[in-house]
Write a protein that binds this ligand. Structure first.
Ligand code: BJW
Ligand code: ZN
Length: 281
């Protein structure tokens, strides 16, 4: 059997069959990525939206980039913070929050592991959320490692009016480290509390995520390209132990052929439909 034929046989997009499995599931795990926030106006990482000025977002989200040019990386994050703080949860976030509440009344559980740093699941009212890659509303001291919330925009005076993605000439003028955000405890340079490439995921988050992957009987994979590890392993691991996996993505093609369902299209439409939630925004 060719791979294509296998995919057609095994992965279906039947909402009625999905609903039947959903309603019997006691432990639902939802893994989300940038695609779930795309309809809230937050650019995804890969593809044409993943650029800021002349830089690929992935190349700025790195400890090497921050060490080389903290001013540039702070400008990028100042822009990202502004976009995220002004965005609102969309129908996909809201449907998940409403379905979690329904589960709680039925002695079932729905948990979210998100790769997103925009905080929109929490703002939608979801309670069981692991922010695997950190959060834009949080900062971490580069010296004493103190982590705390700061949702000010701009986060410091020097970043006022900076971070415009179209403003190429601003690349040339660096803000001095003295004027960049400072720790309230020790006055050292702050950084966004984000897990950059090559950095370890918070060990408690990783342990809790692995437990959810081991326990779930249904795993929803929403709006992620599934190329970043360790998150990319979660759904295939759940599928390998026999859990049903349902993928929701704009793409027509399932990421893995052993997933049970693939619903293609914008997830602010497909996810509420699949969950049977009529979202009131
Ligand atoms: C829609 C839609 C709509 C659009 N509706 N769908 C094993 C093998 C190889 C490499 C590694 C490995 N283990 C670790 C690594 C290294 C690295 C890694 O994975 N590299 C790969 C790229 C190969 N991983 C790490 O470094 C991680 N650390 C770690 O594991 O530590 C231990 C270790 C280190 C080094 C070596 C070995 C072990 C940390 C990863 C941290 C990722 N951080 C980022 C940036 C910070 C966040 C920020 O600033 O905002 O997080 S990277 C970036 O990618 C971001 C995202 O969370 C993440 C995932 O992207 P996502 O969410 O999938 O977005 P897109 O844009 O890729 O996809 C969007 C999808 O939505 C698309 O499919 C669209 O079709 C879809 N879509 N609109 C439905 N409306
Ligand atoms: Zn400090």
């Amino acid at each position: 059997m060719s791979n294509t034929t296998k995919t057609l046989v095994r992965c279906c997009s039947d909402y009625t069959k999905f609903r039947d499995i959903l309603e019997k599931s006691k432990n639902i795990l939802v893994l989300t990525g940038a695609g779930i926030s795309a309809e809230s106006g937050i650019p995804i990482f890969r593809g044409t939206g993943g650029w800021w000025r002349s830089y690929k977002a992935e190349n700025l989200a790195s400890p090497i980039a921050f060490e080389a040019n903290p001013s540039l990386v702070w400008e990028f994050y100042s822009y990202r913070r502004e976009v995220a703080f002004n965005a609102n949860p969309n129908k996909a976030h809201l449907a998940l929050a409403q379905y979690e509440k329904k589960c709680l009344t039925e002695n079932r559980k729905l948990s979210i592991i998100t790769q997103n740093v925009d905080g929109l699941h929490l703002r939608a009212g979801s309670q069981s959320v692991i922010e695997l890659h950190g959060a834009l509303r949080k900062v971490k001291c580069t010296k004493c490692k103190y982590v705390y919330e700061n949702s000010d925009h701009p986060i410091c005076e020097a970043l006022r009016g900076r971070g415009n993605p179209d403003s190429i000439q601003q690349n040339l003028t660096c803000i001095s480290v003295n004027e960049l955000p400072k720790c309230t405890k020790c006055e050292s340079l702050l950084r966004p509390d984000i897990v950059w490439f090559g950095e370890q995921i918070n060990s408690k988050h990783l342990e809790d995520s692995r437990k959810l992957v081991e326990e779930c009987d249904l795993c929803l994979v929403v709006g992620t390209s599934s190329v970043v590890y360790p998150a990319a392993l979660f759904a295939p691991t759940a599928a390998a132990r026999g859990a049903h996996v349902a993928e929701f993505n704009l793409s027509e093609d399932p990421f893995k052929e052993d997933f049970t369902f693939h619903f293609s299209g914008p997830c602010a439409t497909t996810l509420p439909k699949a969950l049977g939630i009529d979202v009131t925004e």
